[in-house]
Design a protein around this ligand. Structure first.
Ligand code: MLT
Ligand code: MN
Ligand code: ZN
Length: 295
């Protein structure tokens, strides 16, 4: 299984277009090689079939930067087969608008998110005339079967996480889950990875999903509770502090852990910060955009 971490920033990216906070100013001064695009992952178990997890507003540039996602020579064809949505946030869904020129895609999301994309953010209605998107509901119940993709070799198991709904859907009453994580198993190599970029809480089912996993890519939006007026109020467990994700990772010392969805306030985004250097020698990493992992 090949994972390509296409983007590693929270909504807005790093630097954010309208911001000169210390993190954005540092990134702007360092130049484009230090920049982070909005969070997105690509997963594949065979070269001619890739799946995105989330569709970031930066997905066009992310796909262009990924050699494995290029169309084969002389063709108008894409190895992109589908997109799995962890939730309905704008920074995870708006990029679907940029994929409308492609072939039919299979699109997966929890039922509440499918409803929201028919209602307050009517992406499904907007995209319908442009191609044959096939929408599928996932993650609606604990006993739900895993998806078998790419001829059955790639097993995808949704893990319900929380009922945090996008701001545009705050008035809707659909039952959750609104946010899921995904476990990916390559049934040929035995490699397993869990992708959990939005953790308003740490469900017990996430610990269970990490059993035997090689790698976890998780929500690193905020380093501390006191960023942006409260990490938890924004729907993200902070990395540091009591109940933060670093403490939870101590139960999973044998799993390679990579933080993604970094907000521009998070000192982990700065390679020279003391918070970042303290991670050296631990199983916890902060990837750059474009990092690939083979499992
Ligand atoms: C989030 O990650 O909390 C959301 O993407 C925030 C937002 O942009 O509305
Ligand atoms: Mn976000
Ligand atoms: Zn900023």
């Amino acid at each position: 299984m090949r994972l390509r971490i296409l983007g590693t920033a929270a909504g807005g990216g790093l630097p954010q277009w309208n911001c000169a906070c210390p993190g954005c100013a540092r990134a702007r001064a360092a130049g484009p090689r230090a920049w982070r695009t909005q969070e997105c992952l690509a997963v594949s178990v065979s070269p001619d079939a890739w799946y995105l997890v989330n569709a970031s507003p930066d997905d066009r540039a992310q796909i262009l930067a990924a050699p494995g996602l290029a169309p084969p020579d002389g063709t108008r064809h894409t190895p992109l087969r589908g997109v799995l949505l962890t939730d309905g946030e704008l920074d995870h869904t708006a990029g679907l608008l940029a994929l409308r020129e492609g072939a039919a895609l299979d699109l997966y999301a929890p039922p509440a998110v499918l409803d929201a994309l028919d209602g307050p953010f009517p992406l499904r209605t907007l995209l319908a005339p442009y191609g044959s998107a096939r929408w599928h509901a996932v993650g609606s119940g604990p006993g739900e079967d895993a998806l078998l993709l790419d001829g059955g070799r790639l097993r995808v198991t949704p893990v319900p996480v929380s009922d945090k709904r996008p701001r545009y859907a705050s008035g809707t009453v659909a039952p959750g889950p609104w946010v899921v994580a995904y476990r990916f198993d390559d049934t040929a190599t035995g490699g397993a990875a869990v992708y959990a970029p939005s953790l308003a809480r740490w469900p017990d089912t996430l610990d269970a999903a990490l059993a035997g996993a090689d790698c976890l890519i998780l929500d690193g939006t905020f380093w501390s509770e006191d960023e942006m007026g409260g990490a938890r109020a924004m729907g993200h467990l902070p990395v540091d502090g009591p109940g933060g994700t670093l403490v939870r990772l101590r139960d999973h010392q044998d799993v390679r852990c990579l933080y993604t969805h970094l907000n521009n306030t998070n000192p982990l985004a700065d390679p020279a910060s003391p918070e970042r250097t303290a991670l050296v020698g631990t199983p916890v990493e902060v990837p750059s955009d474009g990092m690939e992992i083979e499992l």
